[in-house]
Ligand binder design. Structure first.
Ligand code: NDP
Ligand code: 2IT
Length: 445
């Protein structure tokens, strides 16, 4: 068996109860054969064993009191995956599905994603199985404070810098940052995605969605095309989905479908983003409310259909992991879709990814396509360190540049390693090379 095969077997054995982590690790390891099996230095240095094992995995209890006075306990995690190229950096997720497997897959992906950005950030991720849905503002605040009462001792502006993810937006970052500052008595850039009046960066809210559209646009330019006139379907209706829709529309596309975990909207005239933002970001309601406002939009329950059944030119999965399956991939191809760009982390299953790649779809893997969020987090860290605030246009221009750079790195790596157009391989290889070099340079750590 090759070195890579041995490591895949090791992960399957050691982390047998962690399906999402195994899935993410396998996809990456498979891409690395082309480098790692050609040079014995990696095996001798135990590089892959070290790459797949987090430097540190913290698990902790989060007790909190609801509005009725009842005590609840949630389970929190922070994985500090890899610090070879910079302090641990990655978001925090609040969702009932969160477990060790999900946090580890996200931290592993983050390590390679952050490497691709070209900025000095290592990989980390955190979260807990708290469900913010249906909780009052005070309950969310008390929960965030309890979460930070444990996490504060593990993070710092040069150690580990969290941000948002599913279920964690500006409100939750505010509550967590406030508690951190209260405990350590130090106003530092320990979080990104902060509010604009207390150290946040202009453009961070929009960055992941905008970055996704920028990288797809970068590809479209290579075939003398653009978003103008394209029909776009986006899953999710949270931070990433809404700002991807906004940028796609501003470039002349029509976004005709969006979803949440209960169902999806098809609006042939084009999604009205003012309504969408009001329903999802301001009122935190279900997508059915959108259809109540726009009578020409059709709402379908998740049990009765898939957002991927809507015929489109470009599909952007922006909700969660494993939300685009093989049958969805077949439907998309059958209906004429040409591009799939992952705004979420690992939204496409392995077999669906292979099907899309095998059927001529331009496929943009999450660790490259959604890296605009963490890139702008990196820009927020730079502004905090220098105590400066850049204008929206300055940040946006830098984001565009970073996304163009990521496209170039993955495109070049795919060509160099004999798989032109295979951006999965390109992104994995390009992300890996920088982290591997840093790890080799720093000795056995
Ligand atoms: P939000 O919480 O703002 O939105 C998440 C959206 O996805 C909601 O519409 C939610 O629906 C839907 N969703 C979540 N979980 C599920 C599920 N299990 N099944 C179906 N739908 C689901 O999160 P973000 O927009 O921030 O994150 C979306 C994705 O993008 C995640 O994969 C995240 O890791 C990734 N990402 C986020 C970045 C960021 O900067 N925020 C950066 C890079 C990647 P509902 O409201 O019904 O739960
Ligand atoms: O998955 C991701 O890249 C994020 N949730 C953003 C991480 C960050 O630190 O901005």
């Amino acid at each position: 068996m090759s070195y890579v095969d041995n490591i895949i077997a090791l992960v399957e054995k050691k982390d047998a109860g962690q399906p999402e982590f195994i899935q993410a690790a396998k996809e990456v390891l498979d891409s690395l054969r082309i480098i790692v099996d050609q040079d014995s230095i990696y095996e001798k240095a135990g590089l892959l064993e070290r790459l797949i094992e987090p430097e540190r995995m913290i698990a902790f209890r989060i007790p909190w009191v609801d509005d009725a006075g009842k005590v609840h306990v949630n389970r929190g995690f922070r994985v500090q995956y890899n610090s070879a190229i910079g302090p641990y950096k990655g978001g925090i997720r609040f969702h009932p599905s969160v477990n060790q497997s999900i946090i580890k897959f996200l931290g592993f992906e983050q390590t390679l994603k952050n490497s691709l950005t070209g900025l000095p950030m290592g990989g980390g991720k955190g979260g807990c199985d708290f469900d913010p849905k249906g909780k009052s503002e005070n309950e969310v605040m008390r929960f965030c404070q309890s979460f930070m009462t444990e996490l504060y001792r593990h993070i710092g502006p040069d150690t580990d810098v969290p941000a948002g993810d599913i279920g964690v937006g500006a409100r939750e970052v505010g509550f967590m940052y406030g508690q951190y500052k209260r405990i350590v008595n130090n106003f530092t850039g320990v979080f990104t995605g902060k509010g604009l009046t207390w150290g946040g960066s202009l453009g961070r809210t929009e960055a992941t969605g905008y970055g996704l559209v920028y990288i797809v646009d970068e590809y479209l330019k290579t075939i003398s095309d653009g978003f103008k006139g394209k029909k776009v379907v986006i899953s999710g209706s949270g931070n990433v989905a809404i700002f991807a829709a906004q940028k796609a529309q501003s470039l002349g596309a029509t976004v005709i479908g969006m979803s949440d975990s209960n169902g999806f909207i098809c609006h042939k005239e084009g999604i009205n983003l003012d309504t969408m933002k009001d329903v999802k970001l301001v009122k935190r309601e279900r997508l059915t409310k959108y259809a109540e406002v726009h009578k020409d939009a059709v709402y379908t329950e998740a049990s009765k259909g898939r957002v991927w059944d809507i015929a489109c030119d470009i599909a952007l999965p922006c909700a969660t992991q494993n939300e685009l399956f093989i049958d969805d991939a077949k439907n998309l191809v059958k209906n004429g879709c040409k591009i799939v760009g992952e705004g979420a982390n690992m939204p496409t299953t392995m077999d669906a990814t292979e099907y899309l790649l095998g059927n001529g779809i331009a496929f943009f893997p999450g660790k490259a396509a959604n890296a605009g969020g963490v890139s702008t987090s990196g820009l927020e860290m730079s502004q905090n360190s220098t105590r400066l605030s850049w204008s929206f246009d300055e940040v946006d221009a830098k984001l565009k540049n970073i996304m163009a750079g990521i496209f170039k790195s993955m495109d070049s790596a795919a060509k160099e390693y004999g798989k032109p157009g295979n951006f999965v391989l390109g992104a994995n290889v390009a992300g890996f090379k920088k982290v591997a070099k840093a790890m080799l340079d720093q000795g056995v750590i």
